[in-house]
Design a protein around this ligand. Sequence first.
Ligand code: PMP
Length: 461
Amino acid sequence: MTLVTNHLPTAELQALDAAHHMHPFTTGDELNAKGARVITRAKGVYLTDSEGNEILDAMAGLWCVNLGYGRPEMGQVAARQMNELPYYNTFFQTTHVPAIALSAELAKLTPAHLNHVFYAGSGSEANDTNLRMVRVYWAEKGQPQKSHVISRKNAYHGSSIGSGSLGGMTYMHAQGGMPIPGIHHIGQPDWWAEGGDHTPEEFGLARAQELEEKILELGAENVAAFIGEPVQGAGGVIVPPSTYWPEIQRICKKYDVLLIADEVICGFGRTGNWFGCETMGITPDIITIAKGLSSGYAPIGGSIVSDEIAEVINACEFNHGYTYSGHPVCAAVAMENLRIMQEEDILSHVHNVAAPALHAALETLGEHPLVGTVNKSGMMASLPLTPHKESRAKFAGEGGAVGYMCREHCFANSLVMRHVGDRMIISPPLVITPEEIEVFTKRATQALDATYKDLKDKDML
Ligand code: PMP
């Protein structure tokens, strides 16, 4: 067996990676030509790469490491569970203690009517579950034709063919035969980019009313559900105007359309409450969870459904499930994550310390000439870059080139900020301290300044 460890030189690790590892959402040839960054360890909010750089991770991995890296309790619980019961399934009339404990705990943490969990290994799988479950729900109620699902353009719900179809990313739909039939996309509530001369409130209402138009076009008797992220994450941290979600809720109720809140990013404290639906003041029928459920320490996701849906689904055999639904090690790790979050009162830290410090930092960054506005909700934010703040102008071309430039300057300054098009994205571990936020602000300012200089030099401003 080839012994591959942290001790190998970076170039050797990169060569092996290029030879054998295919990366998600990546042009392999380009990456392989330059070599991937090799992350070797992490603690708190800092990553260490194979060259010894200490990088501040203002993305919490992929919006998931809410507790921060390197909590030894998580590893201890995983080891204990691996020794006691590393695996058993929850098919064929069996269950196990980690799945029981986690389900009961989730029922306590979620809004009162959401008490039943169907597990998956990821957010994508959980959204696939939702797609099938809402259709089975209506079929069991004698309305099998009530099967269409409405989502939004620029939504992200996962990468499988079902969840990718629910998502509204055109560059994903362009590959592999998506979207599948029966899924429809309405406009997103992105006032900054698409609101024109409307006030945010007018625009929020108008975009929500597109749901009503689509339901009427399809016939309410044919529409099973609407799905949306309380705050769109991968679409660019799009915080909807205050008028948006109440109107969506009203429309769903009026036409008997189930409301699915995809909480894969927003859940578990990201927006400042346990769930984004609380922040947005909505009552969904189903929430999708993953990421922050285990702070990314183990792959686990799920759908938490209302008492009413569970009553209908439990009355039939739902022919659906995954080998790793409720995996005992992942469930035990998720449970430990929830224990730490509650015992250390991470939500109070967010509320009293981290979010106020982050918001103050974002205000400072918002004054930078390149930054068009600050979109924020709790501990997630985006900074759209613009050549002209007042007119909310976009850079010429398809978008993304300037964001990419800025992201590269971030990396050069030992900071991870992701870019979505020309928006810079911030979603740090929830445990980040004000001192670490100062480091973030300093590095982000340097990256913005360097991007500004590049654009001036290239006559792009
Ligand atoms: N839903 C949302 C809102 C997400 O942000 C993501 C992942 N970024 C997913 C679903 C898919 O989750 P996973 O990558 O775990 O399949």
